[in-house]
Ligand binder design. Structure first.
Ligand code: ZN
Length: 354
């Protein structure tokens, strides 16, 4: 009953969005449900839904393909991602992709993170994406499967890909769908499921996302989507505690009790996926930034979430802002850290010192 009502609401929402123009046809997917070792692969091709079931074997990788969309399945179960790394020779980072698949690939190709065949080319380097793949744009599924596959390629080359959770990942997983592109409003209508149910624990992408951390420390650089409120340092919280408390409160519907205490704090405006205090006149002071750096034993904080025209620094270079407004679909940059030198790679692949 509740589902029927929801679908009626979804249908009317879609109609009003397209009221003045004919509703465009969509292709989307795959969305893959896991039942033990059996996979149910769901696609939308030109508005038509198709489903197929197949056996998954952990010994081989399986590529599924339909109407120009594809996904390579390596794993269906995932271990929690580690959050501290040392001795890394080169690091690249970007943020806030928001469904801009083509722009992302152009940026990665021109900066040699991937080659002309769109395969990992960053060797033993570490590539960090500080969240917000979801919402606004219309190629979210494509980015998710691309990153899922690239992560495996990086691993095989001795490198690493770190995808961190942003507020839009957490919003979608919690059913806050305010920023969905109209295409995905239609996806949920055609698949007869609210969008968040395409990313449950019974799905490959849902399981994969649930294993992602909210922060990562590489050498003396600390990454998160929004940032770290100074109170985390004054309260002497460790990175492990912040990450594990955040993660154990990830999806409200899956909790035995409502978020409270630190778990609630970390999921609200001062938490690591929402905080904007490095970009406000009344935000963190220089002393507070120094306190954060010394408490977490890092030299730099690297954050996305608050959009800039290009990669920029604050607090005499101690904070690096990497949300270069890729969401607008026109331009974007990628940060490089090599031998303590910071450069920004432009969309064309030029390098400028920060
Ligand atoms: Zn954000």
């Amino acid at each position: 009953m509740r589902n029927t009502l929801l679908l009626i609401l979804l249908a009317s929402a879609t109609q009003s969005l397209y009221a003045s123009e004919p509703m465009p046809r969509i292709s989307d997917g795959p969305y893959i449900d896991v039942h033990d070792t059996r996979l149910q692969v769901n696609w939308i091709c030109d508005d038509r839904v198709s489903r197929e079931t197949m056996e998954f074997s952990s010994q081989t990788t399986t590529t599924v393909q339909k109407c120009g969309l594809d996904a390579t399945v390596h794993h269906i179960n995932f271990e929690e991602h580690a959050i501290q790394f040392t001795g890394v020779k080169k690091i690249a980072a970007l943020s806030d992709l928001h469904g801009q698949f083509e722009l992302m690939r152009t940026l990665l190709r021109n900066n040699r993170i991937i080659n002309e065949q769109n395969q990992w080319a960053f060797g033993d380097g570490h590539f960090v994406i500080t969240g917000d793949i979801f919402d606004r744009g219309d190629k979210v599924t494509e980015i998710l499967w691309f990153i899922y596959d690239l992560e495996q390629q990086a691993e095989r080359a001795g490198g690493k890909l770190h995808l961190l959770l942003g507020n839009h990942e957490v919003m979608v997983m919690n059913g806050d769908l305010r920023y969905l592109h109209p295409k995905y409003v239609k996806t949920q209508q055609l698949l007869e499921k609210p969008f968040e149910q395409l990313f449950t624990k019974q799905t490959i992408l849902g399981r994969w996302l649930r294993a992602k951390p909210v922060l990562v420390k590489i050498n003396h650089y600390l990454f998160a989507h929004g940032g770290f409120h100074p109170s985390l340092a004054t309260d002497k919280l460790t990175l492990e505690r912040i990450n594990s408390t955040f993660k154990s409160n990830l999806v409200e519907k899956e909790l035995d009790q409502n978020r409270n205490g630190l778990g609630l704090y970390l999921h609200k405006t001062h938490g690591p996926i929402w905080y904007r205090g490095y970009f406000k006149d009344d935000g963190a002071t220089s002393q507070e930034i120094d306190l954060l750096l010394s408490h977490f034993d890092v030299n730099h904080l690297v954050v996305g979430h608050t959009s800039q025209k290009q990669i920029e620094t604050r607090y005499q270079g101690k904070v690096i802002a990497i949300d270069s407004s890729i969401k607008n679909g026109k331009y974007g940059e990628i940060l490089f850290i090599e031998n303590n030198k910071h450069t920004r790679g432009t969309l064309k692949g030029e390098r400028h010192e920060l």
